[in-house]
Every structure is written in C-alpha cells, then in structure tokens.
Design a protein around this ligand. Structure first.
Ligand code: FAD
Length: 310
C-alpha cells in the first residue's frame, strides 16, 4: 500500500484549495503521493504543481470531465490512474465518483474520513454521534472531509504528465442549475452563521448576511427555516438531511439544536449559540452561548466585529 493518489477537487473547472488538504491526508497515510487532475485542459493542473511532498502530477484529459456523469468520471479516471489508495474530497459528487471507482477496482471504500493515523481511518457514523476507526491493509478508496487536515505547503515545481482518457458517458446532463446565491457555499466555508425558525422571517436573514459579509462567512439555515420559507434555499440547509459542515467557527442563531441539526455541524471547531431560551439544547454543545434574542445580540455582535476588524 505505497501509492497514494489524490484526485484534485474541481470547482467550476478549476482546482479547489481543499486539494492541498487531501495531499496532507495522503501524506499522513504514508507512501508516495501522486495528484491526478481530471480536466478538459491540462493547464488546470498548473494549480497543484507547487505542492510540496508530491512525487507526480498527472493531468487526465477527457471531455467527460466537462459534465457531471459520475460513471463516466470513474471510467475515465480508472483507465488513466496507477494502482494505489485513492483519496477524494467528501463532497456529494466526489463521493459518488469514489464509490463507482471502488466498485470498478474491487476496492473497499471509506467515506467522510476526519482523522488518519497511518492505516487507521476514522469517520463519524450514526449522524455524528459516534466515530468509527477502520484499519485498512490494502489499497482503498477514501473520501476526506474538508477543513480537517492542514493544507500542504507550496514551494515545489512538479512536472505535469498529461494522459488522454475517454470515459463512456452513461448520463447526459441537459442543464446544470446555478447555485441560488453567489454567496460562499456552507460546505466550503471556514466560518458559518446559520439562522433557524427563531429568525422570525426570511427577511431577517439580511442581519446574518451583514455579519457574514464582515467576517467572510457563509450563511446557513436549519431545516425548519428552509421548510418554512421559500426564500431560504435548500442549498443552505445544515444537518442530517442537509449539508455536513466542518468550519472553524459555527454561529447558530435562533436554532434550538435538534439532534438532526447537530448531526451536520457538531464537529465544528468552535460553536457559538444565540438563543433567547436558556434551556435550548444547542447550549449543551456550544463553546460560547449568548442567552438573548437575536434582535438584541446581533447588532452588538456586528458592532464589535466591525470595530475589531477595522
Ligand atoms: C428525518 C429528519 C431529518 C431532519 N433533518 C434536519 C436537518 O438536516 N437540519 C435541521 O436543521 N433539521 C432537521 N430536521 C428537523 C429538526 O428535527 C428540527 O425540527 C429543526 O432543526 C428545528 O429547527 P430550528 O431550530 O430552526 O427551529 P425550532 O426548533 O423552532 O427552534 C427555534 C429556536 O429559536 C429560538 N428563538 C425564537 N425566537 C428567537 C429570537 N428572537 N432570538 C433568538 N432565539 C429565538 C427558540 O428559543 C428556539 O430554540 C430533521 C428532522 C427529521 C425528522
């Protein structure tokens, strides 16, 4: 189990910065690290040539990577990649490709890894209520959560080898719906401020957006908020049936802290809760709690942040 193959995560055709985290996860597992960049244009791979501790960069070119057909992606990657343990970022699309690649290669798959200790891989189970650690003794396909591993340093100048690959396109995607908002997606953010039903109305989310703009955060929501108000898109939902997030800072505003919400955010490094009910369950999981209405707390919070950040 020597080769570690990192599949670069792409966002709108360019390499996502989380790829540097995948490289350090691969290094924690040991062995040579190869980065494979799925692309339609090999110059996309230039973004990773500086990563330290990488022995090879392979740009795998195929038209299939312009679309979202996971089986086509898996087929094209499989035809062009060396053997080894393969690491993907744990996004919905990449986890799908990871499973399909594992099936093609007859490998085990471990999803949502948050910790690596050599051959021991740990990932949350039962909606984050417990962690499981599995020991892998052969090549495996692994997906790794964002914001868990440090980014690898940059300073090298690796050479890119280009491989042409063509996958079988099984699904033709007719249309891709653009993200409802131009805001940062919760699954990519280091800081998230989320609102729940306690915000009272969707218009009041503008107060969360103002804080988000000050500190460079993404805005999330509870399922109650998303289900109650059409203006709050499902893409913002955090939780068991929404997105799993892992930011450094999660600020829950007017959110009670139901188990299904906690399932998506309890692994955040720091949790701040603002809730008018001192008995709200969210306070049992918060590092810092403010018992107040958001109407009282947010303006003070916003002013403090604005003066802190100039
Ligand atoms: C199968 C299943 C899956 C689910 N998946 C998810 C999921 O993915 N994500 C998710 O979030 N939920 C999920 N839920 C729903 C979950 O059980 C809760 O109903 C939901 O999280 C509650 O959302 P909330 O905290 O915004 O609303 P509420 O429970 O209504 O809480 C509102 C909170 O706001 C506080 N509040 C009210 N006014 C103010 C004010 N002015 N200032 C400050 N605080 C105030 C109240 O004290 C209260 O604590 C799921 C449920 C099921 C059954």
């Amino acid at each position: 189990m020597t080769n570690k193959i990192v599949i670069a995560e792409l966002t709108k055709g360019t390499v996502n910065a989380s790829t540097a985290e995948l490289v350090s996860a691969a290094q924690a597992m040991g062995g040579d690290v190869t980065i494979v960049v799925p692309c339609t244009d090999a110059s996309v791979a230039d973004a990773v040539t500086g990563y330290d501790g990488v022995s090879k960069v392979i740009a795998v070119k195929s038209d299939v990577f312009a679309g979202n057909d996971s089986s086509g992606w898996a087929s094209a990657l499989d035809s062009a990649m060396p053997a080894g343990t393969v690491l993907f970022l744990a996004t919905a699309r990449s986890k799908d490709v990871a499973s399909r690649l594992a099936a093609r290669r007859g490998l085990s798959v471990v999803q949502d890894v948050v910790s690596v200790d050599g051959n021991n891989l740990t990932s949350p189970i039962y909606s984050g209520k417990a962690n499981q650690t599995v020991t892998v003794n052969a090549d495996t396909v692994v997906s790794v959560r964002a914001n868990v591993f440090p980014s690898v340093e940059s300073g090298s100048s690796n050479v890119v080898s280009v491989v042409d690959a063509s996958g079988d396109v099984k699904t033709a995607v007719q249309d891709v719906m653009q993200r409802a908002s131009a805001r940062l997606d919760v699954s990519e953010a280091n800081i998230i401020i989320s609102g729940g039903r306690g915000m009272g109305s969707p218009a009041n989310f503008s107060h969360l957006e103002a804080v988000a703009d000050t500190i460079g955060a993404a805005v999330g929501a509870s399922r109650a908020a998303v289900d109650t108000w059409d203006e709050i898109p499902h893409s913002m939902q955090v939780g068991q049936t929404g997105k799993t997030v892992n930011p450094n800072l999660y600020i829950a505003v007017g959110i009670s802290g139901a188990i299904q919400h906690l399932a998506g955010m309890r692994s955040s490094k720091y949790i701040v809760a603002i809730n008018k009910d001192a008995d709200a369950p969210i306070f049992q999981h918060a590092d810092y709690g403010i018992v107040a209405t958001w109407e009282e707390a947010l303006p003070v919070f916003q002013n403090a942040l604005s003066s802190l950040l100039g």
